[in-house]
Design a protein around this ligand. Sequence first.
Ligand code: SF4
Length: 111
Amino acid sequence: MKKCSRRDVFKLAGAGSLALLLPTLTRMQAGQAWADEKLDPESPQAKALGYVHHYSEVDAERWPRYAEGQICANCQLAQGDMSADWMGCSIFPGKLVAGPGWCNAWVQRQG
Ligand code: SF4
């Protein structure tokens, strides 16, 4: 029977770590944010930036930066799949924002 060397132990530990990290790496490569919960428009952070789940709800008088055509799905700060209904946003880490949503931090997506 072959003895297990210290090198073998490190190899196994490395393979095990990689297996544990694989879902994380895959998700990062896909550009998905660590977000599982929909952003509550009534939360203090969302309210501070006038976030709404749908651009039609924007109070244009209160948020004069809003212009027609601005939505989360074409915002530079959105993360993940821009064709999805819900996506991550670097302004609201850990939360999902709606594709047709909007907030006052909107920035034209490049490319
Ligand atoms: S920063 Fe952009 S993606 Fe994030 S909530 Fe505001 S408009 Fe949507």
